[in-house]
Each structure stands twice: as C-alpha cells, then as structure tokens.
Design a protein around this ligand. Sequence first.
Ligand code: CTP
Length: 409
Amino acid sequence: MALNVVVGITGGIAAYKAVNVVRSLVLAGHDVHVVATDAALRFVGRPTLEAISRNPVHTELYEGVAEVRHVAIGQAADLIVIAPATANTIAKLAAGIADDLLGNTVLASTAPLVIAPAMHTEMWQNPATVDNIATLRGRGVHVVGPAVGQLTGRDSGPGRLEEPEVIVAAALAVHAEHAARLAASGDLSGRRVVVTAGGTREPLDPVRFLGNRSSGRQGVAIATAASARGAAVTLIAAHLEVQPPSDVALVEVSTAVELQQAVADAAVDADIIVMAAAVADYRPTSVAESKIKKETQGDTLELSLVKNPDILAELGAARRSGAYPRLRLIGFAAETEADDAALLELGRAKIARKGADLLVVNRVGWNEGFATDGNSVVVLDGAGAIVSEAAGSKMSVADRILDAIVALG
Ligand code: CTP
C-alpha cells in the first residue's frame, strides 16, 4: 500500500543523507512530501529534493495559506519521518513549538512520528536533549539512532545519523504496527469478555495455603487489550501481582471454588471467556480451624487433597449439551514439557478434553513463564491445528491471542 509520507529535513550536515531516505521511500512506491526547514536548504538543494521526491518541497509557513497548507500536509500524512532531527528541532518538538512549517505539520498530524537525531555527542548527551528525547518517547514518538561513529569533524561517538535504509525500515515498521493497532481497535466492541487471571490459593489453615506462581500478568494484559478493543470486560482476579486496569469490572476471588462461582455468574451473559487463571487442581480435604502445630504433627505431615472442579472442562461440557450457544471459550495450558512436538501433543489432548474453541499453550518452568514481561505461546484450535504463534511482551501476545479469538467470529 502506498503511503503518504512526510519527510521533515532539518538543518544539520547530515541533511545530505536525507536524500537517500527520500529516495528509498519513493522507490518503495510511497508518495513523499518533503518539508524542509530554511536551515536544511543550506545543506541540501531544493532542486535535488524535488527531483528525488517527485513533489514540490515545502518550507514556507506563509505559502499556500488559501489551501491552509500549514495543517493540510500534516493531516494528509500517514507517516512523518524527520531525518536528520537536530537538537534544536527536538527541543521544539518537545515543547510543541510551531514557528515553521515542519512544526505546524507535526502538530496537525495524528500519524506516527519517527525521528532520526543527528548531532555532536555533547549535544546528544546534554541533559536538555536527554530530557527532550524522554519527553518525546513518552508521547509515543519513535527515535531511530543515533548511531555511534565518525561525526562531521574529527570526533566520533554517539550522534551520527543512522543509515538511511535503517531509518526507512524502522519507519515503515512503526507505520505497520500503528496500522495493525488501528485495525484492531474496536473489533471487540459490544462483546462481553470475561477473563480469569492470577492463581488460586487453597487454605490449609488460617495462615497457610497451597498456591502457584502465576502472577496474573498475561491475563491482565488480555483484559487490558480486550478493553482497548472495545469489549466490556469482567476480570475475575485471583491474587494478582500486578495492578488490574481501571476500566474493567473487577471480581476478586481466592479459591478455585470461589472462581468457579464467579465464572458461573459471569458466564450467563458472556460472549467470550478466557481462562488464563492458574486454578489449583486439588484443595485440602479439610481446612484446620487453627494453625497446624509441629508438636502435634511430629516429623512428617501428610495432607489429604480432594479434586477441585475443572471450571473450563465444565463449561466445555455444558456447551456440548447446548448451554451458552454463542459463547467462545478459550483455555490455557501451562506445560513444563521441554520438547516442542510433545508440548503440542499435550495441548492437543488438553483442548479435546476441555472442549474449548482455542487453547493457548505456553511452556513454564523454574525460570520461564512466570512474573516476566515476555511470553511465547502457540494457539491451537478445537481440531488441534496451530492458528497462531506469538512471542514478545505479554501485551503484544495478548493482542495476538485476541486476534485469534476475533477470527472465530
Ligand atoms: N482450569 C480450570 N479448572 C481447573 C484447572 C484448570 O478451569 N481446576 C483451566 C485453566 O484455567 C486453564 C486450563 O484449564 O485454562 C488448563 O489448565 P492446566 O493447569 O494447564 O491443565 P489441567 O486441566 O490442570 O491439567 P494438568 O494440570 O493435569 O496438565
């Protein structure tokens, strides 16, 4: 798809390299509009930029006023790339200053903004620039480079403009990610999604429990992403180690039996249930009224456990007998199996047993899966086929899982 790309060029020696940024984008089929500052045109000629971009080069704020050019260029842009971005331009962007055409273009645009800084190392490391870059990053601006290497004078260090092909590849990737996010936004609107997250705790006595290492991060990420995609979300939370999002209905539970009740209540009008919680398979047969004491137990202590309800399997069975006809049911399988093929076989057997529409299989271990920001999963359908594989932050994995759920219809 051809994009309308604005390439902003500001006044640094590296401006000559911007010609190759423009050229790569044009050769990739994009419609490129150069907005150069006056200072940039001291380093690289307007005719060169017009010939390479195949479009007029804009510099003047007071040109084309009748067509409201100072906002029109930004409004039409799919992507803005500023290369090179000088320390001065970065400061102006951070402050939202619009005293030239480029500043107005950026402020008038909702397109992703990618900047490729270029300056001497001292300027790059100056606290003012460091703060400005942090401010821009915090607003979602993507910063490419600078590279470390030979600078304009005899010095070398961080501050060199990143190579044009690296800037172009990064900018197009930023646009692709932005477009994917936009496409996904709203695709769950009007749907009621129930997500269980965290790990249940089964009390042994008033001070002890049997639990597991689930932190709730992946389930919370799914609830957050589903809400961002327009769903009305109920989060059934068992001992989360992370903050739940504020825009979901939160139901806090502790044990598997409490979770079962909360899920049953929420299932009545749910469209989608995602069982990300780690549910204890067994609970103590009886809970001691008072603290279990060493003196009365001696050297060994035997616990008697009784099976908990399998909430996912029960929902799957209820569906098979005609209940919840429009419900989509998603299970998780946390497995310690090291071999990939064997892991998938366990997943296939599990989804058949549980009667879910999708099963998210992930490997867990002493150092894997829990309390980390990353995850790597394979999503299986009811027939055991792989419908999606995702690795990355728990938030990006959440979005890929939701993509697979949306694809169920
Ligand atoms: N689950 C559930 N109720 C249980 C146990 C698990 O609803 N009592 C759900 C989990 O929320 C998850 C899925 O079933 O979505 C699979 O959980 P997992 O612990 O991997 O499987 P188990 O059924 O417990 O099987 P096993 O531990 O023997 O592998």
